[in-house]
Design a protein around this ligand. Structure first.
Ligand code: PMP
Length: 419
């Protein structure tokens, strides 16, 4: 064997005296392996599970069917006949890829129509579609920090989504965190910057992804105005579900709204909505808009169909709201800590990662799919089951879930103690 390269170690796997595998470990692989082993020891190692097929209500894994309570398909649109049809029509007509970025040949009449109609729907001057919510957050926040008058102070909620933190890191802004949803603390943070030159950017979520609770939007707007700060709101979990016709919560309050098509809209991709000046500026300055291939036809088709449907889904939204209120009420009655949720995201906070894993396992045995969320995604000692409801869940699905949870609480009360 001829081994090239520095510090390469050879790892052979031999079964029944037959050589099955040769792995070359270089110093980087050693580093990766050590980090993984540490995660394993801490009990936080993540692993991918291949899913056969998943809808908002049902999930099939390795041939086994489960009721799905871990999907973000909050309105059950990802299998809606109109989304399927429009998506297929677009593929047949325009192909599977858009093959260029927006400023080259990737800006089709379909992108244009979606953005115009979306802005009308949201009540903003303009809107732009992006590749994904994660990508939009990172790209746009970095762009704002890089270009606004310096220094740029980025004031963020402690529990903001990872992509919002990454945007701050990518732009190398001065990040200052305030305690979760604590407007007094935010005010203190802003007061401490009062006499300083530069720009202030407040970044938070409307409905928080892991807790389902809501930001104090009126206070955020007031504080942003008083301190001449720009208010960036991530509406990923409110869009489609909350607001008069599913417009979400952010457009009324934010200078910039980020919303996703990947959750209640049943599709993929994201949008930025706000003033025309802001959107035109992003087209000119935002690398994450300029230097990436535009959304493909299949995705455009389903977004366009969703956009038509969204104003007509009041009944589904009202049903979903009634369901989450009911589920939260029942769980609270049984002493489960569901935090301050006011949405379809209901955390069952159990404290230790082991308890969360064990409950997930036991619910799986009852054909229920409710995924655990552990640190570092959530703070230490706040591991939870993140229960998400969809308008497509029927009452019998929800009763079945509650029944099984209730039995488990009685059988194993110690698993549910929140620290
Ligand atoms: N923001 C928040 C608050 C989210 O929860 C998520 C998705 N987990 C994103 C942004 C990223 O959206 P996407 O999945 O479309 O990339």
């Amino acid at each position: 064997l001829h081994i090239k390269g520095r510090d390469r170690k050879l790892k052979l796997t031999i079964f029944n005296s037959e050589l099955k595998q040769i792995i070359f470990m270089n110093q980087f692989d050693n580093f990766f392996q050590e980090a993984l082993s540490k995660r394993e020891e801490e009990g936080f190692r993540r692993k991918l599970t291949p899913i056969d097929v998943a809808s908002s209500v049902q999930i099939q894994v390795q041939g086994q069917k489960y009721l799905n309570f871990s999907s973000n398909d909050y309105l059950g649109l990802s299998f809606h006949p109109e989304l399927l049809q429009k998506s297929q029509e677009c593929v047949a007509k325009y192909g599977t890829g858009s093959a260029a970025s927006r400023l080259i040949t990737g800006h089709t009449s379909c992108h244009q129509a979606i953005e115009t109609q979306l802005a009308q729907f949201l009540g903003t001057e303009a809107a732009l579609v992006f590749a994904s919510g994660w990508q939009a957050n990172v790209a746009v926040i970095a762009c704002l920090i890089e270009n606004l008058p310096k220094p740029v102070y980025v004031i963020t909620d402690k529990l903001n989504h990872a992509s919002l933190h990454y945007g701050c890191k990518a732009g190398q802004g001065k990040q200052i965190r305030f305690r979760h949803n604590d407007m007094n603390h935010l005010q203190q943070r802003l007061d401490s910057l009062k006499d300083l030159d530069g720009s202030k950017l407040i970044i938070t979520e409307t409905i928080f992804s892991m807790d389902g609770d809501q930001a104090d939007l009126k206070s955020l707007r007031r504080l942003a105005d008083e301190h001449y700060a720009f208010l960036f709101l991530d509406d990923a979990h409110a869009t489609g579900v909350l607001g008069a016709q599913g417009q979400g919560l952010a457009p009324t309050y934010a200078d910039l709204t980020m919303g996703t098509f990947s959750k209640a809209w049943g599709s993929f991709g994201a949008y930025i909505a706000g003033s025309k000046a802001l959107c035109d500026w992003l087209v000119n300055f935002c690398s994450g808009f300029i230097h990436t291939t535009s959304l493909p036809p299949a995705v455009n088709g389903s977004i366009a169909a969703s956009l038509e449907l969204m104003p007509l889904l009041d009944k589904e939204r009202a049903y979903l709201k009634q369901r989450w209120q009911y589920v939260k009420q029942q769980l609270s009655l049984w002493g489960i800590n569901t935090g301050d949720t006011v949405s379809q995201i209901i955390p069952l906070i159990v404290g230790s990662a082991e308890n969360a894993l064990e409950i997930t396992k036991l619910l799986k045995q009852e054909k229920l799919w409710v995924m655990p969320i552990r640190p570092p995604t959530v703070p230490a000692h706040s591991s939870r089951l993140r229960l998400t409801l969809s308008a497509a869940h029927q009452s019998k699905d929800i009763e079945y879930l509650l029944d099984k949870i209730n039995i488990l609480i009685k059988q194993k009360p110690s698993l549910w103690k929140s620290r």
